[in-house]
Design a binder for this molecule. Structure first.
Ligand code: URA
Length: 432
């Protein structure tokens, strides 16, 4: 078999066989296919797409390129959630705890942030002592005992995806539905969960900017999952403006704990309850979403969800005083307000650029090896649809540098105040 023939076939929009995809994935992993040929195939896939069969085959070959977890020793239906990524998206943190409080085991393997999106592991590391690296055995034991754990990948999960993703990043082939779907699902299938709810973001801060593209991605993800016997569905949710009010690592832990105390922002709470209801139904703890939602609301009001979050922090070496004292996390030296320059209604807060602002303050990474400053970020005071007066603060910038004029300029450019605003829904569609 020759890689050049595989590229040629895809360039002419023909279906690749499982053997050809195996040859490709093997060659990527063992280095026998040079990056320029891999990149050429990725570009051909970008333009010519893949059939459902090719998507499923590529996913399984990438999944089989590395380790996979066996969670069968944990009783019950294990349910996980994956998000395609957004700004201010701290949902995994309260969601894992509230679902675990209903008795469902939630084994979450999360990632780090890159570019304008944050990463769950980075947020958790803002809690002093929290360990994101557990052995497979400790992970399994913790999920069995406490019903939840949030960790980084154990072993070498889908190494083919790591190499392919790095090349996609520099060849402008990231936003391809077959490539995103196979990348995400190869890792999720390797993580050994029984059921999966996928939060597919749509809008300015998402990979998929339009609803049509987001629905197509959701369908691709669900088809791959169901094809391998995973119980799964996707929720399409808004990522035009940031989720919640707080963006940044320590700040997002604060907001997550607020949600678990029943005093979180309405949008974060709503998304958590929606995703959670589907997780509880897939986990067979409720016959329908309505009953599931009641279970989750009770878990919040009784304090059981907060208790699960505390148990997870303790089990993973974190300082549980954080539940009542947010100041034990790194705190920024300066808090700088951004006053509105005109009267009106907030019409747009571009999620991706707010994420960039937080990254430039030090809260995110421009390169994988960048060190994070957990204390910095942005706290919005206004969301889309809110009225604002000239001089009133739109947001607070948490910074460790005094001069944030560059950040202020970026923020002003990406927040629109107008005479009126069209509010977007939080949840657009369910794909199952
Ligand atoms: N997340 C992934 O893991 N892979 C992609 O391709 C995009 C988002």
């Amino acid at each position: 078999m020759r890689m050049v023939d595989i590229i040629d076939k895809k360039r002419h929009c023909q279906e690749l066989t499982p053997e050809e995809l195996q040859f490709f994935v093997d060659g990527v992993c063992n280095g026998t296919i040079p990056d320029y040929q891999t990149s050429a195939l990725l570009m051909a896939i970008y333009f010519q797409d893949m059939t459902d069969q090719e998507r499923a085959d590529l996913t399984m070959k990438m999944m089989q390129s590395g380790d996979h977890l066996d969670l069968s020793s944990i009783d019950g239906i294990k349910v996980d959630k994956h998000s395609t990524g957004g700004v201010g998206d701290k949902i995994s943190l309260p969601l894992a705890a509230v679902v675990a409080a209903t008795g469902i085991p939630v084994p979450m393997i999360s990632g780090r942030g890159l570019g304008h999106t944050g990463g769950t592991l980075d947020k958790l590391e803002a809690i002093p002592g929290y360990q994101v690296e557990l052995s497979e055995q400790d992970f399994i034991q913790q999920v069995a005992q406490e019903k939840l754990a949030i960790i980084g990948a154990t072993g070498d999960i889908a190494p083919a995806d790591k190499k392919i993703y790095a090349l996609r990043d520099v060849t402008d082939t990231v936003d391809s539905i077959p490539l995103i779907a196979s990348s995400i699902m190869s890792k999720k299938i390797a993580a050994g969960t029984d059921a999966l709810v996928i939060d597919v973001k749509t809008g300015a801060g998402a990979f998929m900017k339009t609803l049509d593209e987001s629905v197509a991605l959701a369908k691709a993800l669900v088809a791959i999952g169901k094809g391998v016997g995973l119980k799964c569905l996707a929720v399409i949710s808004d990522m035009n403006q940031p989720l919640g009010y707080k963006i940044g690592n320590s700040l997002e832990i604060e907001e997550s704990i607020d949600v678990l105390k029943g005093k979180g922002p309405a949008d974060v709470t709503e998304l958590m309850l929606t995703l959670g209801s589907y997780m509880v139904v897939l986990g067979e703890k409720a016959p329908n979403e309505k009953v599931a939602r009641q279970l989750l609301e009770e878990a919040i009001s009784s304090g059981k969800a907060l208790d699960r979050f505390k148990a997870m922090i303790k089990a993973q070496g974190g300082d549980v005083r954080v539940i009542d004292d947010y100041t034990i996390m790194p705190q920024a030296q300066y808090q700088i307000e951004l006053p509105a320059q005109q009267n009106g209604v907030v019409a747009q807060i571009k999620a991706d650029e707010i994420g960039v602002a937080s990254m430039l303050l030090g809260g995110g990474r421009q390169k994988a090896e960048d060190q994070l400053d957990y204390s910095v970020g942005i706290e919005l005071h206004k969301k889309v649809g809110d009225a604002v007066q000239t001089g009133e603060s739109l947001l607070t910038i948490y910074s460790n540098r005094k001069d944030v004029s560059d950040i202020k300029e970026l923020l002003y450019q990406n927040i629109t105040i107008a005479e009126q605003a069209a509010k977007k829904p939080m949840i657009y569609q369910i794909v199952d």
